[in-house]
Design a protein around this ligand. Sequence first.
Ligand code: FRU
Length: 479
Amino acid sequence: MNENEKRLLTAVEERIQSFHQKAEADPYRLNYHLLPPIGLLNDPNGLSFFKGRYHFFYQWNPLEESHGAKFWGHYSSEDLATWRHEPIALVPSEWYERNGCYSGSAVVSDDHLFLFYTGNVKNDAGERETYQCLAVSEDGVHFEKKGPVITLPEGFTAHFRDPKVWKRGATWHMVIGAQTSEGAGAVVLYTSDDLYRWNYKGIIAGAGRDALGGYMWECPDLLEFDEGDVLLISPQGIEPEEDRYQNLFQSGYMTGALDVDSSRFSHGDFSELDKGFDFYAPQTMTDEAGRRILVAWMGMTDSQEPYHPTLNYHWIHALTIPRELELKDGVVLQRPVNELKKLRAGAFSVRSKELLAGEKWKFEGMGVESKELIIDVLKAGSFSIRLRNEAEIHYDCQKGRVTLTRRRLDDGSTERRRVDVSRVQKLHLFLDHSSLELFLNDGEHVLTARYFPRVSDDSIIFHSKENVMFSVEAYTLRS
Ligand code: FRU
């Protein structure tokens, strides 16, 4: 370990000593979501399964509650339900990463775990430099840095980052998020036989050729399903359009086919993955059972970020729960992974509740903030569900539309996100101390949000606008 790394790790250790207790005492601290011990978390990185454990790394600034020189934090788990916080995997200690070990991915080869990440550098002239770097581990916990394996090719600005590697046939492939010299977002492709030497293949999507536009496409990921390929991207610079693209930055996918020889991804339109407020930079992995699992940053670098009340407790942001993906008729469906059932503690159910138009019903009896609710709509009609007097889910049965509202952190006004759902049959809700993830109709749509209700308020109030009937199955969830 060099002096620089030692110095940075000591500074982190001291800061954890000083603030961890305070962070843990925050009533908004989440119960079963992955969090930074202190400091700021953003993207999930290096999702992988190695030597019997799932490994989820994450972008972490342990030295401040703001964006800066990122480390790679690390959690591991046998079952996606119970997690262990591991030692820091990557420290931004070398010249080629001195302003951050930025986002990247992991693959297993020859019994080793290979991490690919972006070395972010602001040089002495204040200009950005970018290096795609490699670090290798035998035990999945300690990493040996191999330095840059890819430097910036011609035709791009230094906004060139977030390598995602996967194997197709016998060849390793890597997609990278990029900005062309003309200022357009793009995804580029590299291939390799040995994970060390990489060949530039070309631009597979974006670069002004797509209707979508945007000035930078971050965090690409290429998923192979039996039905076809899916390219995930997190584009920046997309203007809002009716109910779409309401967040500062978007995350979504295009289905199609990657042709490596011509280096083209022919594809359809872009769809957002999550229609809520706090969802960005998702990454996926395939596990031993062949499941495609997605996790995202449950946050956003928008104007509300500086107002998060958790900043007073020296931490900010979390990861979403892991979701299993399925591609069905061109649509990516997302469902909470089955393992989350292990978190279920107390159970509570209401077999069939009928509400007449205008009636209110308070769902009581759980007494905790962290819980899961499965609501089956047995007789459809318009209704709303008010969560802890702070957020609201509203279903308009006539218009076929679901709206999620919450209070903004900066000016206290109400903001909303909307999705068209012709008929809501099922709402599956994951609630934590300051988050909600709503899965509609078995993952047809998902809406994710952080929200900060009054701490002791755990009320859930149903309000029918028309006659409705539904059943509720609920579980308290432990950490
Ligand atoms: C996405 C992102 C990535 C980058 C990382 C830095 O949120 O901007 O493009 O690698 O965060 O933390």
